[in-house]
Every structure is written in structure tokens, then in C-alpha cells.
Design a protein around this ligand. Sequence first.
Ligand code: C5P
Length: 302
Amino acid sequence: MSVRVRVPGKINLALAVGPRRADGYHGLTTVFHAVSLFETVTATGRDDAAISLVMSGHGSEQLPVDETNLAVRAAGLLRERYGAPGLGVDLVIDKQIPMAGGMAGGSADAAGVLLACNQVWGLGLDTSTLVTLAAELGSDVAFLLTGGNALGTGRGEQLRQLPASGRLEWVVALADGGLSTPAVYRRFDELAEAGRQQPSATLPDEVIAELTSGVPERVAAALTNALQPAALDLRPELTETLAHVELPGVLGGVVCGSGPTIAFVCADAEAADRVAAQLAGQPQVRATARASGPVSTAASLP
Ligand code: C5P
């Protein structure tokens, strides 16, 4: 039996980050927004306890396919907690989400594996059980089980669904190479110690309301990311990319999560197509992609 699921990437419409906690993580409040760059995960059951992984698409040739891959760990964790030891699976993942770009591609793979293996192995686990497992795998995995818009607190894994009205048109500008999330958080700490950044995990309700209004202009004006100064500090050329927020048709721009991908929200689809082409010609931009949101995770595809 095979099951296929489709999991979107995310943009943090807002990311407020508090001081480093004793466990090394940072308390945060974020507005997650799922966009139409998808990972497709196909799981085919086998009964010899083997877990295999084949990846194709965006940056896949650079990724390990052993148990250091979060997708393989997700299958192993699910089996260890809820499955019989003999259960195995062949996983095939096709990637569209830019790698190490701040859009949670690896987390989306893990979320997809949890959803697909739950079905293929006939475990019948409910969403809240999967959310608990997801939180063990990474801070963004839980959100990607459902997608849409959600408020994330804790280290991002405590979720409350938010309204998902309207449709936003995005251009994402990819940079050469990735940025390591722990390195960006470390730089955030250094900026805070130097008094150049005020850690605070609070996000006013009015900001959340603007970001879920579904009105592109209002969303654009409320975009905010506390990790942006740290990402720009580590990769100064991103400032140049972000300056394209002035292009006609662009309403606002923000670094995605810990970067280096930058997301621009545009007036409409036509403007976004034009902006994507213009940005693609910039020397510091490796490629651009078009996306819209919010979109939901598809827990099963035909
Ligand atoms: O949870 P995840 O594996 O995605 O996090 C990667 C790293 O990012 C963590 O090891 C930590 O250094 C940093 N992080 C953090 N605070 C968060 C989320 C992530 O410091 N809320």
C-alpha cells in the first residue's frame, strides 16, 4: 500500500523572539503562513523493518538519506512509539521548498512522513498525538501537519489556528548557500548582548489581526522578523535583495525565518510574476520562485 501527502513550506509573517532559555532554545511568538511550495512525500509499506529514503528536486543531491535525515528520524520515532518493530517503509520525497532557506523544507518532510506513515502503517493516530511527536522532531514540524495560518508560541510548537482568509501573492528570492538556524539565533544573542536588539517574545494582538486580514497592503505593513537583523548581519548582501521592496508592485518584504530566503508580498499575481522575473536578474539572487498562501497540507493525494 502507498500513501502520498503534500506539505507546504512556511513564511513567518511575524517572528518575535525572546531571550535564550536555559535549554538553549528561544521563547517566541510567530504567525506561521503556509505557502504553495510543496514537498510531496510518498510512503510504501514494507514488512522487513527497513526504512529507505530517495529524494529528488530542490537541493536533494546535497542531503543525506540515512538516519541523520529528519524524514528518516520521523519514521523511526513514529514506529518506536506507536508501531510494531517489524514495520518498514520506502519513502520517496520530491522537494520544491528551498533547502536551508528558512522555509522549513526539512520540517515539511518530517511532517509528511508522520502523516503518510500513520496511514500506511494503519496506526490511526489523531492530530494531537502527531503534534506531540512533531514537536520532538523540530520547532516547525507541528505547524506543517496542518498548514494554513497559525500562531506559534513556546519554541514554535504550541499552536493555535488563525483565520486563513484572502490570498497573498509571494515572490521568494533565494540566495546562494543556506544559513544555519542555530548560527542565526547565536548572532541574535550577540546583538542582544551588545544592546543592538531587544529580545521580546510578545506580539500585539493588533499585529496578528493585520497579518490575518487577508488584505495584502495590511499584511505587508505588519510583516516583522526579529531574526532579520541577525541574518542580514551574517549575510550583508541580503540587504541589497531586501531593498527591492521598492519595486513597483511589491508591497512588503521580510526574511523567511532564519533566512537567507527573502519573501516579498505583491499587489496581485500579475505584479508578482513581473517582480519574480526582475529579481531573478540580480547578481546576489540565485533564483526566484512564485507562491501563494495560505494553503493547507493535503494528508492524502490520489
Ligand atoms: O527546533 P529546530 O531543530 O528547528 O531548531 C534548530 C535550532 O534553532 C535549535 O537547535 C536552536 O539552536 C535554534 N532555535 C532556538 N529557538 C527556537 C527554535 C530554534 O534557539 N525557538
